[in-house]
Design a protein around this ligand. Structure first.
Ligand code: ZN
Length: 324
């Protein structure tokens, strides 16, 4: 028995269960589920493609496409993004970054039924694991129109300086959702859940580029699937809890006293976003109700034991915050 590198379930096959093969690799059962290159070759390829590659950001990631049943690096028409362990060490658990990102997005998908980018882990030729995610803006070779909230709020380095991705609030993003999206009542609920999820799972880097709107199959815009979900507090224990403030120029009394968000802040946040209170209340309670499912996935994950303990500790701490 082994664990599926997609959904983490026990499997008798190698690497991926049939459902994950279907979702991640378009049901291509002949795909070679291991990369033909190792980490050093990855770094070489990344440098070669660096100036030409079309995915935003220049972190330790490259684009992949499938050719002759093999995943190969590409500068154009990439279907996947590959993110290995970062070359630059972070304060804690650098080696655990891919497993953390994988676990966090699987919790979002499996436990909280959020729409997420398809994803999994994948082995380099020398066995090291990297995180792989399928681009959701490509359908049958066509590129769907997509805009992130930096673009929508016109936040650029020229306008707002180096920290432009952080130069707003989640309330402001909510306003834009109501402004731009036809089905904004539904979409703003999804956004509310994403923000709450990021808080509960220690993602302190959910900035404006990590939320997007995308063309739907009906031609209108909807909130994109969730992506770049990772419990950053595992790696950066001293960073602020959230990348953006919840509110524009507003703080609850509780926040003024405690210096961090609690249940009352998310109550107020629902109000500002015009999310119905019974819906928001259900989302908040769900995190407590589904604790056992979360713990089970943490235990099944590819994190090392000490990183699992840290991950769970952050989750429990945040659960307490949104309960009180
Ligand atoms: Zn699976």
């Amino acid at each position: 028995m082994s664990k599926c590198l997609g959904c983490l379930k026990e499997i008798t096959e190698n690497n991926y269960c049939s459902a994950c093969l279907r979702n991640l690799f378009d049901n291509n059962k002949n795909i070679k589920p291991i990369l033909y290159f190792d980490k050093n070759e990855f770094l070489k390829i990344r440098t070669e493609l660096a100036d030409r590659i079309s995915i935003s950001g220049v972190q330790d990631k490259i684009s992949l496409k499938i050719e002759n049943n093999e995943l190969i690096p590409t500068e154009k028409k990439g279907l996947y993004i590959l993110k290995p362990v970062s070359v630059n060490p972070v304060p804690q658990f650098t080696e655990e970054i891919p497993a953390n990102e994988h676990l966090t997005i699987q919790i979002a998908k499996q436990v909280f039924k959020m729409k997420t980018a398809e994803n999994g882990l994948i082995h380099f030729s020398d066995g090291e694991l990297a995180y792989i995610t399928k681009r959701f803006d490509r359908v049958n070779g066509n590129k769907l129109r997509q805009e992130d909230f930096c673009q929508l709020l016109n936040e650029t380095p020229e306008n707002s300086g180096k920290k432009y991705k952080y130069d707003s609030s989640y309330e402001e993003v909510g306003k834009m959702i109501h402004f731009f999206l036809a089905a904004s009542k539904i979409e703003v609920e999804k956004f509310y859940l994403q923000v709450l999820f990021n808080y509960v799972f220690g993602n302190g880097d959910a900035h404006l580029k990590n939320f997007s709107i995308i063309e739907s199959s009906y031609g209108d815009y909807i909130l994109s699937p969730a992506y770049d979900l990772i419990n950053t507090s595992v790696h950066f224990p001293n960073e602020t809890r959230m990348a953006l403030d919840l509110f524009n120029n507003f703080e609850t009394k509780s926040f003024k006293i405690n210096g961090f968000y609690k249940r009352i802040d998310f109550v107020k946040f629902a109000e500002k976003l015009r999310v119905k209170w019974d819906r928001a209340d259900r989302f908040i309670n769900d995190f407590k109700m589904k604790k056992d499912m979360v713990i089970e996935l943490i235990n099944r994950s590819f994190l090392k034991d000490n990183a699992k303990v840290r991950y769970l500790g952050i989750f429990e701490d945040r659960l307490k915050a949104i309960r009180d």
